[in-house]
Design a protein around this ligand. Structure first.
Ligand code: AVI
Length: 327
């Protein structure tokens, strides 16, 4: 189905689901308004996210790097048997995956690396960097959303695979999307295959809150960039100074929720839709969920999606886990 917005009787504009235009329109005509964090990652957004990963407050990246560093030999042994496909969902700049790539490559594992990312510029840059660093490594990159990529993998990547879903990307899904995603991957896996998913764990609530309210305001810029992207790509006129960033953490549900909040009553016009959207003072746009999990919740999720948990790998603070599942 598609959304149609009637501006006047002669001017009907139609958009397809899953496109920036469709999803922005669908989100801004709702109350409360929403935008999808999957659109954060244009070229600029991907760069800002790389800065976030360097922030002192943003611990998940460092914790997961420590996990991979500690367990890279065990993971190599796991992949030893046969020619392997290393599928990296949401690869970005693959800073963490490179710990494994480097170790596997230097130990002569015969494998192919398949990075998947929604940002074409990120995927292209990554592929070029890998070709330089590891000239003999076969790389097949895919620039699309996860669900399209999973269909592609199903038809194009036969044979044993380790599917990586690092960085707590799973926390950005709704509970529904999360189950749908894990069930789709389940259908791709055979008994020798493995899924390794990064889950950010529940911990001191202030540590979590600070990770999403960094003192240098980079996370705010990350969110604001989506408003700017709408201005550039859809002809919007969001006044970027008239929206404030706010992130909350609920230690019971484990959800960090991020918002851009209109600091005054205002109209935002978007040329692509030939219409304006009214904001009341202090009206919110929900931008992102970043869910934190308890171990019990992870195990219940695995069970609900018909997986068997093989092991949980932890960093030394137990802030994060890379959980390995099989079908
Ligand atoms: C990509 N994702 C796992 C990050 C997270 O922690 O939810 C995105 C992010 N949002 C704000 N900071 C980082």
């Amino acid at each position: 189905y598609s959304i149609q917005t009637t501006v006047d009787n002669e001017n009907i504009v139609a958009f397809q689901p899953g496109t920036l235009a469709y999803d922005v329109l669908a989100g801004l005509i709702k109350y409360p308004k929403t935008l999808s964090s999957k659109y954060f990652y244009d070229a600029k957004g991907s760069k800002i996210f790389e800065q976030i990963m360097q922030l002192p407050e943003y611990y998940p990246t460092r914790c997961e790097a420590q996990i991979l560093e500690t367990h890279k030999q065990a993971l190599l042994e796991m992949c030893r048997k046969d020619y392997y496909h290393l599928v990296d969902l949401g690869a970005g700049d693959a800073a963490k995956t490179r710990i494994l790539i480097d170790h596997f490559y230097k130990n002569n594992l015969r494998f192919e690396y398949i990075p998947v990312d929604i940002s074409p510029s990120a995927v292209q840059e990554l592929t070029e960097n890998l070709h330089q660093a590891y000239p003999l490594l076969p790389v097949r990159s895919v620039a699309t959303d996860y669900f399209t990529a999973l269909q592609w993998i199903h038809s194009q990547v036969p044979g044993r695979k380790l599917v990586l879903f690092l960085g707590s990307n799973i926390g950005n899904f709704t509970t529904e999307e999360c189950k749908q995603f894990l069930s789709t991957i389940w259908q791709l896996l055979d008994e020798d295959d493995r899924l390794l998913t990064g889950f950010d764990l529940k911990k001191n609530a202030n540590v979590i809150r600070n990770a999403y309210n960094d003192s240098s305001g980079i996370t705010a810029e990350f969110n604001r960039n989506l408003l700017q992207r709408i201005n550039i790509e859809l002809g919007g006129n969001f006044n970027l100074d008239a929206f404030e960033f706010y992130a909350s953490y609920d230690p019971v549900s484990g959800f960090v929720k991020s918002y851009m909040i209109s600091t005054k009553a205002q109209q935002v016009y978007i040329e692509a839709f030939k219409r304006s959207f009214a904001f009341e003072a202090w009206e919110t746009i929900h931008m992102e969920n970043s869910r934190k999990f308890g171990i019990r919740e992870i195990e219940e999720l695995a069970l609900a999606c018909r997986y068997e948990v093989e092991t949980h790998l932890f960093d030394n603070q137990q802030y994060f886990t890379d959980s390995i599942w099989k079908v």
